[in-house]
Design a protein around this ligand. Structure first.
Ligand code: ATP
Length: 255
């Protein structure tokens, strides 16, 4: 693989997988060959978000073959390797480390321009494995929601990346405000502006805000990334993706 973009969050449930999947699809829509590693071993949601839960992974003499999706993104995930989707992975850290290592080293990522890595939430054992295994990271993107507890955890993720010498490309604020589909009024359910404030505090680029939109959850559950069918979300991710490519200095990757 040429470049990796690691999507991290300080805490669970802030929309990290949703951002990773939509970012991967946005990159593919820009003509890049994109891979996605679902490094969330205990909660491998990316196959479902991409509508490929029924696929299995195969291997040939060149390595494990990532699963193809209809959105131009090839993906590997523990979700493909468990017998049923409700099977829990009850593994110690060392086994999870091995699984991540295989996703990075034994998968045939030949001809892939960018690999997006969807990290497990937090700064624990598996996150540390991923951070230490990434061969040439082009940086980390931190997903936050605007309430104080989420921001506090996000700051730990920023410092985690800094301590491991991974460049932080910027902060994305998710679930930013709910736009009423009837009157258009915005309600800031989780407060407003926290992501931008944190970015300023840590002198990091603020990459953009993603509103709380019921269609994002609905489309995700149906295996359709929101950027494929929602114009507003597509625009937002287009801008976020362009900024990430700029910050990572990989705008000219195709040349
Ligand atoms: N902007 C949004 N608007 C509406 N729903 C959203 C938004 N972002 C994420 N969601 C929904 O919130 C839920 C959690 O999102 P997601 O699984 O991406 O979070 P996560 O941070 O990866 O969680 P985990 O910690 O379990 O890995 C999902 O149902 C998703 O569809």
């Amino acid at each position: 693989m040429k470049y990796t973009i690691t999507v991290m969050s300080g805490k669970g449930g802030v929309g990290k997988s949703t951002v990773a999947v939509n970012l991967a699809v946005s990159l593919a829509r820009k003509g890049l060959k994109v891979g996605l590693i679902d490094a969330d071993i205990n909660g491998p949601d990316d196959p479902k978000l991409l509508g490929v839960s029924d696929l299995k992974l195969y291997a040939d003499e060149e390595g494990i073959i990532p699963a193809e999706t209809r959105y131009g993104v090839r993906v590997v995930s523990m979700g493909f390797l468990i017998p049923t989707e409700d099977t829990p992975i009850i593994w110690r850290g060392s086994l999870m480390h091995k699984a991540i290592q295989q996703f990075l080293e034994d998968v045939n990522w030949k001809d892939t321009d960018v690999v997006v890595l969807d990290m497990p939430p937090g700064t624990g054992d598996v996150a540390l494995s991923v951070a230490q295994l990434i061969p040439e990271s082009n940086g980390v993107v931190i997903v936050v929601t605007p309430q104080d507890v989420a921001l506090l955890d996000a700051k730990k993720a920023i410092n985690f990346a800094k301590q491991l010498k991974l460049p932080v490309l910027g902060i994305i604020e998710n679930m930013s405000g709910f736009v009423c589909p009837h009157c258009g009024n915005v309600t800031y359910i989780f407060k407003n502006g926290g992501g931008e404030k944190s970015a300023k505090e840590y002198n990091l680029p603020f990459l953009g805000k993603i509103p709380l939109i019921p269609e994002i959850a609905e489309n995700g559950d149906n295996g359709i990334p929101a950027v494929v069918i929602n114009d507003k979300i597509r625009e937002i991710f287009d801008s976020i993706t362009d900024q990430i490519l700029k910050e990572a200095q990989i705008e000219n990757i195709k040349q």
